[in-house]
Ligand binder design. Structure first.
Ligand SMILES: O=C(O)[C@H](CCc1ccccc1)CC1(C(=O)N[C@@H](Cc2c[nH]c3ccccc23)C(=O)O)CCCC1
Ligand SMILES: [Zn+2]
Length: 313
């Protein structure tokens, strides 16, 4: 048969079994999902391996019997599909460009690579060194974090430095956790792949940014240089402040995750721009809440209070 949707099974990074959307061709199966609405305009989800090198995208994964054992690839593929579904079904967005662009992931990037990234074209995942991280595609919040960088790039375009960069980071953490949708009262980031030898820790905490060295209030804002060593003005550090604002908002009685996500997404895609500062994000999220729920709604009031609680506005 020439290219038909097939259903395979695979083992994920944490040893769990998952059902996968694959593509059958005469002779075997590709790790390619052709079942999504994006396929009507040629979009698909494809997962590659860099084979421990750094050339991208590497080789599209194939398998003879549709039983997949590359754990990092299984999760990169499955979680990209879950993230696509969230954006399409919950927010009405058709892939990161809203025009059904193909989602391409590469796993086994380099050796013992303790990180992951969106490179402007695709997602890239390291396997970690087994101590600091396990394969980073093993966390849905990480996968959705990376794909949200692509969404931000195509919408607000928040530049990756200082406050706009910290907002860029925060939107990726917020959407990462909303897509993951765990009942995690601490709203942790990367908990499934950080320090496989230690339970209960994470990369960041949205409920208590201080726990992982991040500020949770403007009076703790860290003025860092716009260099690699300075984390581009502290984009992964000062994101603790907007992260805490979102946490305070979404945990306000009467506020739902779905409505919080709609408000943050509308602010990102309708009001924020390349050099928006924290105060602009406050104003944008209040405006979005007002658009969606009314000026004196619980949502609009709670958004203003949440930003005020971290010293913004
Ligand atoms: O997407 C991002 O913001 C991060 C991308 C980092 C990157 C950028 C450019 C080239 C290479 C890597 C990756 C993630 C991140 O937050 N990385 C942080 C924390 C981190 C992960 N691995 C590290 C190793 C050393 C130091 C810090 C880190 C960082 O790069 O700062 C996001 C979710 C999990 C990993
Ligand atoms: Zn990021």
């Amino acid at each position: 048969v020439n290219h038909a949707a097939a259903t395979g099974t695979g083992t994920g990074v944490l040893g769990d079994t998952k059902t996968l959307n694959t593509d059958s061709y005469s002779g075997g199966y590709y790790l390619r999902d052709i079942t999504k609405p994006m396929y009507s305009t040629g979009g698909k989800i494809e997962t590659y391996t860099a084979n421990y090198g750094t050339a991208l995208p590497g080789t599209l994964l194939t398998d003879a019997d549709n039983v997949w054992t590359d754990r990092a690839a299984v999760d990169a593929h499955y979680y990209a599909g879950k993230t696509y579904d969230f954006y399409y079904n919950k927010l009405g967005r058709n892939s990161f460009d809203n025009r059904g662009a193909t989602l391409k992931s590469t796993v086994h990037y380099s050796r013992n690579y303790n990180n992951a990234f969106w490179n402007g074209t695709q997602m890239v995942y390291g396997d970690g060194d087994g101590s600091q991280f396990t394969s980073l595609s093993g966390a849905l919040d990480v996968v959705a974090h990376e794909i949200t960088h692509a969404v931000t790039e195509r919408t607000a375009g928040l530049v990756y430095e200082y406050q706009p960069g910290a907002l860029n980071e925060s939107f990726s953490d917020v959407l990462g956790n909303l897509v993951e949708n765990k009942n995690d009262p601490k709203w942790l980031l990367g908990e499934d792949v950080t320090t496989p030898g230690i339970a209960g820790d994470a990369l960041r905490s949205m409920s208590n940014p201080n726990e992982y060295g991040q500020p949770d209030h403007m009076n703790e804002y860290q003025n860092l240089p716009n260099t690699r060593e300075g984390d581009w003005g502290g984009v992964h550090i000062n994101s603790g402040i907007p992260n805490k604002a979102f946490y305070n908002f979404v945990t306000t009685p009467g506020i739902t995750k779905d409505n919080a996500g709609k408000i943050w997404y509308r602010a990102l895609t309708q009001y924020l721009t390349s050099y928006s500062q924290f105060i602009d994000a406050r104003n944008a999220t209040i405006q979005a809440a007002t658009d969606l729920f009314g000026a004196n709604s619980l949502e609009a009031t709670a958004v203003a209070n949440a930003w005020a609680s971290v010293g913004v506005g």
